[in-house]
Write a protein that binds this ligand. Structure first.
Ligand SMILES: O=C(O)CCC(=O)C(=O)O
Ligand SMILES: [Fe+2]
Length: 216
C-alpha cells in the first residue's frame, strides 16, 4: 500500500510534498480510481481566489469571495458525492486548506442531538440540484457523510437544530491546516473528511490549486 492509500485509510486524508505537477496529476488520479468532471465539465479544475462580484454565482467564490470557505463536502449536491478530492498546488501558499473528519464535528454534539443528526432531512434546491437527502448515505458496504450548508437547506426541525449546532461547533473546531508548497498534494476521502479554506490575504492572490474528483 502506498503512503497516500495508507494515510487515507487511517485518517481520511493524505498529504505528500512535492510529488505532483500538472502533467502527472491525471495519471496520479487514475491510480486512485476514475477521474470525474466537475459541474463545469473540467477534469482538472483550476482554483484561484476571486473577488465575490467577479466569481460565478452559486460557487463558493461567488458567495464568499476571498473570505474563508466554511467546512463542507465537495459535490454534496450530487446523488452520490465524489469519493476522493485531489488538490495539488502549483506554487507556495500560506492560505491553508482546513480538513477535519466529519465524525470530529459529530463528537461535539450533545447526545440528544446525535439522534437529531440521524433524523435530519435536507433539501438541495435548484440550481444545485433538486432533491432531499440525509447527512449519512450508503453505497454498497460503505457509509459516507455529506454536509455543505452552502447548498443544503434544513428541511425539518432536526436539521434546523443540527445546522445551528454545527455552525457553532465549526467556530471552535480544531481542523488540520494544510499549507502549500509547489507540487504538494492533498487527497481527501470526501465521504469521511470535510474541508474548508482560510480567508485569502491580498498578498496571496496568486494562490492556485488544481482539483480533480475521483470515484472508485
Ligand atoms: O482552496 C481551497 O483551499 C479549497 C477550495 C475548496 O474547498 C473548493 O473549491 O471546493
Ligand atoms: Fe471544497
Amino acid at each position: 500500500m502506498t503512503s497516500i492509500e495508507h494515510q487515507l485509510k487511517q485518517r481520511g486524508w493524505a498529504e505528500e510534498e512535492g510529488g505532483i505537477d500538472e502533467a502527472t496529476l491525471l495519471g496520479f488520479a487514475d491510480s486512485l480510481g476514475t477521474p470525474i468532471a466537475s459541474n463545469s465539465g473540467e477534469l482538472v479544475k483550476r482554483l484561484t481566489p476571486k473577488h465575490q462580484g467577479l466569481a460565478t454565482e452559486h460557487t463558493f467564490s461567488g458567495s464568499y469571495g476571498n473570505k474563508a470557505f466554511p467546512l463542507h463536502t465537495d459535490t454534496a449536491f450530487w446523488p452520490l458525492p465524489a469519493r476522493y478530492v485531489i488538490f495539488v498546488s502549483t506554487g507556495p501558499s500560506s492560505t491553508g486548506t482546513l480538513v477535519a473528519p466529519f465524525e470530529r464535528l459529530l463528537a461535539r454534539l450533545p447526545r440528544k442531538q446525535i439522534a437529531q443528526a440521524e433524523q435530519s432531512v435536507w433539501l438541495i434546491p435548484p440550481p444545485f440540484g433538486n432533491m432531499y437527502c440525509s447527512l449519512q448515505f450508503r453505497s454498497g458496504r460503505s457509509f459516507g457523510w455529506r454536509y455543505d450548508a452552502h447548498c443544503m437547506r434544513p428541511a425539518n426541525g432536526a436539521a434546523h437544530a443540527i445546522h445551528d449546532a454545527l455552525t457553532e461547533i465549526e467556530k471552535e473546531l480544531a481542523a488540520e491546516r494544510c499549507i502549500w508548497t509547489k507540487g504538494k498534494v492533498l487527497v481527501l476521502d470526501n465521504w469521511v473528511a470535510i474541508h474548508g479554506r482560510e480567508a485569502v490575504p491580498s498578498m496571496d492572490c496568486h494562490r492556485e490549486l488544481l482539483r480533480v474528483y475521483v470515484n472508485q
